[in-house]
Design a protein around this ligand. Sequence first.
Ligand code: XMP
Length: 526
Amino acid sequence: MHNFQSDRSPAIIILDFGSQYSELIARRIRETEVYSLVMSHTTSAEKLRDLAPKGIILSGGPKSVYEEAAPICDAAIWRLGIPILGVCYGMQLMVHQLGGLVEPATGKAEYGKAPLQVDDPKELLTNVASGSTMWMSHGDSVKSLPEGFVRLAHTSNTSEAAIAAHSRRLYGVQFHPEVVHSTDGMLLIRNFVYHICGCEPDWTTTAFIEEAISNVRSQVGKKRVLLALSGGVDSSTLAFLLHKAIGDQLTCMFIDQGFMRKGEPEFLMEFFDQKFHINVQYINARERFISKLEKITDPEQKRKIIGTEFIRVFEEESARLGPFDYLAQGTLYPDVIESAATNIDSKTGERVAVKIKSHHNVGGLPKDLQFKLVEPLRRLFKDEVRKVGRSLGLPEEIVSRHPFPGPGLAIRILGEVTNEKLNCLRDADLIVREEIKKGGLYHDVWQAFAVLLPVCSVGVMGDQRTYAWPIVVRCVSSEDGMTADWSRLPNDLLEIISNRIVNEVKGINRVVFDITSKPPGTIEWE
Ligand code: XMP
């Protein structure tokens, strides 16, 4: 899929059969400090033999093994001699392909928590307590085991809840040890990776940084690298990592489109450029962006205009500061798993930019502006990026900051964007963040911010009638931004926020609190 040539081999490979939990399994394995990767279930046994993982995990999946279009794996993997753990669908496939029987669990489908009765408390189930909760989600069950397999555990509904063919080092569990509801799930995962597969806990932040630095140095040699710094945790961590690896060969470009939060451009320049002496070119493009948005009210059009303008500025400035051979991007592992179409340079095997990461909101780079990519974070999950950032010396202020959209405050002002509205919103936004921090809630919530609505309503201040804009306070909790719930902020905190905004922000006479979850709402308003 992409260039792993200079990367270490995964100790555990997860073959993905379409489960929503495949990525989660990879994260859990990495929590044990063992490097794991998700690969397609179509990966051949030969390829797996070449990669030589210490263990393979077959993920769950939505299909039934006896359906015609059910995804299967190369039957030769059972003979590789590498320990294999099948999870849910993965276990059923193991049974099915090795001559056992899987059938619909008539009337006995099992969803949710189930106490596990351990029959064989060794190897895979060492220290897993009998009666401990495991999370089940299956409509099919194993009816008969293939030759050489024994039962390790059962539940009241499922007689074969965990199975093994010890001599062949093949294991299966009907439940999901990777989800948090499975209380001893991590114990089972540790038993598999350490004791059965013999993995070492060597996937550490320090090891990652050392490897990444050495890989970047050998990839770029003496060539120059350009990085579009946004101030988010990914591009900031990347800047630190690259600076450590290649020093002055790195040029960061910070495009100020005028839609940043209050004090943010100053903070970033002071931090990166002055304090850490990382070469950051500050590009003041405020006028260009705001003038392009004049009279524009449609949110999609706003995004498009901002994206197009970003490309123009990026092109002009990279030509002025360049030439550069490489473009550094903060691509993370989930982007790599998800990105279907990537261009590979046929000569070097390196990835070539066809698309700048979505947070820059750029649809695509023009053909003649093709850089080779440097993406040292592409093996990391977000929480791993934070660890790396911290270890490289990034302050908490950057490492654990809330997500911020690429088009910035421009999409948090509904309707036309003007400097007056931007100033109001910046002040209100700062108050929201300050008070959430003072209340000790900043790290408990996913995002907390202000939105400005372009409608006026009547108010009264002193003896004066006012007719001014409202601010919406939006504060949500979320795991990944895909779904979200509105945060139940204490009333006293809401009162302080409301009072401060109305008193301190000229042009605002009303504050409302958004109590919509996602779905049906979105987190941003636009
Ligand atoms: P929505 O509004 O779709 O947002 O519920 C989900 C998450 O995505 C963030 N978001 C963006 N992030 N570029 C980004 O990098 C964008 O254009 C963008 N738009 C929304 C949003 O802040 C929330 O965390």
